[in-house]
Write a protein that binds this ligand. Structure first.
Ligand code: SDX
Length: 432
């Protein structure tokens, strides 16, 4: 079949430019503009990359209109229901679901990387006790490169995989240490007899003074929350990791950059912001006041946990999260959680409101997660930390894919310049 193309006509010169169209296995085709500037002298302009593909990827596919999220072709609902988080990590990293033997080996590999160098304890002591745990996670993750930088040759596939295993394994340990440091409790070393999610809950909520009793409902919910946050195509933080990695920076520095980007309230920080918003609303009767503010162009307030750049129907993760929310609250015997009542009423009203319907604003993955995490005992400041722990596998899988892409180059966007054109320099003694 002949190459599909599109033609661009420059009305000022009558010149035409023919651009190839590249098909994916599914989803929108792309116009290949790699030669556009060389041929036409024009850049394209797309702040926020609303219509721009930054890379080719085989990891995650999202159909925002149909509410579909696939990881290596498998639907998120199937993965959340049938897999554990490390199975999904293997799938994202290797492209296929692991055999039972492969999963046992992978699980053991991750387990035996969960400890951090003992010197890391001293990094924590450099922070104030009230430091935001995302600041600690960002700082300490970047600092990991000082422990492995001499052996992190990103051109060596074996060392790329070891770095990937280390990051997936150590982020929960560092996250739990950040929490323990904030509450003044001793750090709990990881245990090799626990699953990934059980180990994280143990390191976070266990204490040396008594045996830790795992709650299987909570550890299953934690594992499922990790799965729901594992990867999400070229979102802001993943794009940050890819751009940092395109310069050849080591993977620990790249993941630290991803953590920094995720922290923003428009992105991963939204789960923390949702809870603060629900607490600010405080009563179902005040919901109309906040809906009005969210619709007011002169008010910067937005309904946190609603809206998405890609999902214009529903976020399939939010649906699984809502079910998990009811399971966890039910298991914990929390009958009337006022924040859940407000959230459900807010969702009902928003989904009936013309503004939200017209703008296609639906609850996203962050809308319910905070309610579950609060019920599980996490402080609000830890919510985005948990998102980062889960998303580390997505970031590192995308980083690996970029490094292994023979066509990849250092990312270097251009711009539309609207500043001063060249002008004569004014010596200091002649300036007004
Ligand atoms: C995540 O990209 C990913 O995949 C991210 C993520 C992942 O897994 O990595 O899914 C995780 O970040 C989820 C999103 C969490 N953020 C929030 O819940 C914060 C609240 N949501 C908004 O800030 C917003 O919806 C975004 C940032 C999520 C999306 O913003 P877009 O795509 O840039 O959309 P937009 O800002 O252009 O909004 C379109 C319109 C605007 O109105 P108009 O200018 O067209 O008149 O919708 C309005 C916005 O004002 N709008 C909202 C709104 N979100 C968008 N109005 C009120 N409340 C909101 N939440």
């Amino acid at each position: 079949m002949s190459q599909k193309t599109v033609t661009l006509t420059d009305n000022s010169t009558g010149k035409t430019y023919t651009l190839p169209v590249l098909p994916g296995t599914t989803g929108p085709e792309v116009i290949d503009i790699r030669k556009l500037y060389a041929d036409s002298g024009y850049f394209t302009y797309d702040p926020g990359f609303t219509s721009t593909g930054s890379c080719e990827s085989k990891i995650t596919y999202i159909d925002g209109d149909e509410g579909i999220l696939l990881h290596r072709g498998y639907a998120i609902e199937d993965l959340a229901k049938n897999c554990n988080f490390l199975e999904v990590c293997y799938l994202l990293l290797h492209g296929e679901l692991p055999s039972p033997e492969q999963l046992v080996t992978f699980d053991k590999t991750i387990t035996y990387h969960t400890m951090v160098h003992e010197q890391i304890n001293y990094f924590l002591r450099g922070f104030r006790r009230d430091a935001h745990p995302m600041a600690i996670l960002c700082g300490v993750t970047g600092a990991l490169s000082s422990f492995y930088h001499d052996s992190t040759d990103i051109e060596d596939p074996k060392q790329r995989m070891i770095a990937s295993h280390r990051l997936i394994a150590k982020l929960p340990t560092i996250a739990a240490m950040a929490y323990k440091y904030s509450v003044g409790q001793p750090f709990m070393y990881p245990r090799n007899d626990l699953s990934y999610a059980e180990n994280f809950l143990y390191m976070t909520f266990g204490v040396p003074c008594e045996p830790y009793v795992n709650n299987p409902v909570l550890s299953r919910a934690m594992d499922r929350i990790f799965i729901l946050h594992a990867d999400h195509e070229q979102n802001a933080s993943t794009s940050t990791v890819r751009l940092a990695g395109s310069s050849g920076a080591n993977p620990f520095a790249c993941i630290a950059a991803g953590i920094a980007s995720l922290w923003g309230p428009a992105h991963g920080g939204a789960n923390e912001a949702v809870l603060k918003m629900l607490q600010e609303i405080g009563d179902k009767d005040r919901i109309p006041e906040f809906i009005k503010r969210a619709k007011d162009k002169n008010d910067s307030f937005r309904l946190m946990g609603f809206g998405h750049r890609v999902y214009k129907n529903f976020d399939p993760r939010a649906q699984v999260m809502r079910e998990t929310c009811h399971e966890v609250l039910g298991d914990l015997g929390i009958k009337n959680d006022p924040l859940l009542d407000i959230a459900m009423e807010l969702e009902r009203i928003a989904l009936e409101d013309e503004y939200f319907i017209e703008k296609k604003l639906y609850p996203n993955v962050d809308f319910y997660s905070g309610i579950i995490l609060k019920a599980m005992g996490f402080p609000t400041s830890m919510f985005t930390v948990l998102f980062a722990v889960a998303r580390t596998v997505g970031w590192i899988a995308q980083w690996k894919e970029m490094i292994e892409d023979p066509g990849q180059k250092i990312g270097r966007p251009r711009q539309l310049y609207t500043g001063a054109t060249q002008r004569t320099f004014i010596p200091q003694n002649e300036r007004g």
